[in-house]
Each structure stands twice: as structure tokens, then as C-alpha cells.
Design a protein around this ligand. Structure first.
Ligand SMILES: [Mn+2]
Length: 333
């Protein structure tokens, strides 16, 4: 079902579809610390290209997160890049497609593959994407890259099936927080509605993507709720978790996902920061805003990026200095 008939995006989508049809060997790359959108988009595209008899590889370097294992299909295009894959690294590709990847740095070791093609296609919806591809299909107004992928797959003339529908539904559902963030639009509901013509277990996916919680994460929740600090008449919330605390709580990196929302949800808070120490003196910062503050501007001060309401960056500091550095950055914004 075609939902996009005219406008600049329709033209760009048909250009990229034509380009892909003219290529034979194609690598699809998802970003690291993979989420439902990059995986869903990458898998949907790989299925579509394989059905067009393309020689396609979906190259990844981190195992799928637990809650996304449901996405993994029976196809043979999955290619795990490990340290000693010289053959993958040196392979030439007619085209490489990076999906949902604002910056090639997010590709990790796979960034080096990019020079192995004269046709790098960059498909994304992040405002911080700097059009690093030879061809760029970027729409910052869509909820998820999976939305762009739906239009592209329709344009390629590929029929939806269960696997494609699940992949597209996952990308849109996860990037919109279950159709509840401000990026939720009529179009993303239309596309999701179309995917529900297939065998999608909405309740099970809701549980997997949003509700299921490990004990480590639950303990992290408790710690963050108890140690969160509120600043400037309740406008800003900051939570800092050291590596030592994470180890004591038995919490993994994955367990920290979404903890920034605890502060964001406090009444009156406009911007929330969650800082977790990944190596001594190195903090990964998640930033969230309720919409009045553009947190991507603050993330960029520390070489990070993202969207107006959700961004991330790395901060090098002593644990005791993290709060004051973040406060100064937002007060000077
Ligand atoms: Mn996305």
C-alpha cells in the first residue's frame, strides 16, 4: 500500500530505489548499541533486497540485545564482524547502506568498510546526521527510519511479509515509545496499521520492548530514584551512577537504558540527565527534555548529538564534577 505519492521525499525515495536495483552486492549496516529502529530497518531492507535476488549482507558487530532477539529471522544474510574478519573488511561492495546512523563513528569497526564502495547510501531521520553518504535519504520529520524504509520497500515493488512487517512495526513502535512520544504522526500510525495486516503479536512486543525488566535494572531504578538531584526550581534532574555502583547493583550496560526517564517524568522537570561511568572518568550521558529545551545543543557541546528531546554524549570528568559540569552547560544554553 503506497502512502507517499508526491513531494520531495517521494522523488528521493524513487531515486534510491532505482540505485539499489542497479546494484548486485550490497552491505547493510546498523549502528552500534543497536535499537529497534536500526535493527528493524536493516532487517527489513535486507529481506527486501534478497527477495530482489541481490547478494546482501547485514553486517553487525554486537549480538542483538535480549529484548530485540525476537527480530532475528531465519535468513542467511546476517554477518557478524569479529576481530579477525579480514575477508569482510577487504571486500568491495557495489553499495553500502547505513541505516538510522547519524554519524559513521556509530558503526564502530565497520566504519572502515565505508571506503570499500563508491556508493554509500545514508538512510536516517536524525537531525544531527551530516549527510556523509554519496547518497543521502534523510527525513528529520519522520518518527523512525523504519518509516522511510516502508516507503522505500513499497517503491522497490517488494510485497510485505510477516518478517518485514515485524521489522517495520518494531522500528516505529520503539522510536515512538509505543506511539506516545511527540514524534508520533498519522503517517506512522498508517504504516503500523498496514503491518498489523500480518501476524504481529502487539501485546507480546509491548512486553518485550517496554515492560520486561531484569532484576539488575530494577535495582538501578531504585538507586536512581533515591539519588536523583533536582536543580534550578525543579527544572533540571541529574542522576549519576559510578562504575563501582553499577557493579554493586549487578547492573549491565543494557540495564541503564531508559533510566534517564525517571528524572524526566518528575513533575516540573524540563530536562533530565543520566550519567553512567563506562570507564574510569568516562561518563556516557543521556539527555531528555519535555520539549522546551533542545538537549541536542547541550550534547553537541561535548561532541555528542541527537534530537531536540533525546540526545547523548560522552563526558570525561571526575565523578564528583559531573553534576556541576552538566549544570553549567545547560545554564549557559
Ligand atoms: Mn531511529
Amino acid at each position: 500500500m503506497k502512502f507517499l505519492d508526491s513531494g520531495p521525499m517521494a522523488g528521493q525515495i524513487s531515486h534510491i530505489a532505482g540505485l539499489l536495483k542497479s546494484k548486485e552486492t550490497i552491505a547493510v549496516l546498523t549502528h552500534n548499541t543497536a535499537d529497534g529502529d536500526t535493527l528493524g530497518t536493516g532487517i527489513a531492507l535486507s529481506i527486501a533486497l534478497q527477495s530482489l535476488q541481490k547478494n546482501v549482507s547485514l553486517i553487525y558487530e554486537e549480538e542483538f540485545p535480549d529484548n530485540m532477539s525476537v527480530l532475528r529471522t531465519e535468513h542467511d544474510f546476517y554477518l557478524l564482524l569479529t576481530e579477525n574478519n579480514a575477508d569482510i573488511v577487504n571486500r568491495e561492495w557495489d553499495a553500502i547502506v547505513a541505516v538510522d546512523t547519524a554519524d559513521p563513528k556509530l558503526l564502530g569497526k565497520r566504519e572502515q568498510l565505508l571506503k570499500r564502495t563508491g556508493c554509500l547510501i545514508n538512510i536516517d531521520h536524525h537531525i544531527s546526521n551530516f549527510s556523509y553518504g554519496h547518497h543521502n535519504l534523510i527525513d528529520v520529520n519522520v518518527s523512525a527510519t523504519a518509516e522511510i524504509m516502508y516507503h522505500l520497500i513499497v517503491e522497490l515493488g517488494v510485497q510485505l511479509d510477516n518478517d518485514i512487517a515485524l521489522a517495520i512495526y518494531t522500528g516505529i513502535s520503539t522510536d515512538t515509545g509505543g506511539f506516545s512520544y511527540s514524534n508520533t504522526t498519522g503517517m506512522c500510525h498508517k504504516i503500523a496499521a498496514r503491518t498489523l495486516d500480518f501476524n504481529i503479536d502487539v501485546a507480546y512486543l509491548r512486553y518485550k520492548f517496554f515492560d520486561a525488566i531484569s532484576l539488575g535494572k530494577l535495582h538501578c531504578h531504585g538507586y536512581v530514584a533515591n539519588t536523583l538531584t533536582i536543580h534550578d526550581d525543579g527544572k533540571y534532574a541529574i542522576a549519576v551512577v559510578s562504575a563501582e555502583t553499577l557493579a554493586e547493583l549487578g547492573a549491565s550496560e543494557e540495564d541503564c537504558e531508559g533510566l534517564v526517564n525517571i528524572g524526566r517524568n518528575v513533575c516540573g522537570v524540563e530536562a533530565s540527565f543520566f550519567a553512567r561511568e563506562v570507564r574510569p572518568g568516562e561518563f556516557r550521558i543521556n539527555l531528555r527534555s519535555r520539549g522546551n529545551i533542545d538537549v541536542s545543543k547541550i550534547a553537541r557541546k561535548f561532541d555528542g548529538g541527537g534530537h531536540k528531546t533525546a540526545a547523548g554524549c560522552i563526558l570525561y570528568a571526575a565523578p564528583s564534577d559531573v553534576r556541576s559540569i552538566l549544570l553549567e552547560a545547560i545554564r549557559n544554553e
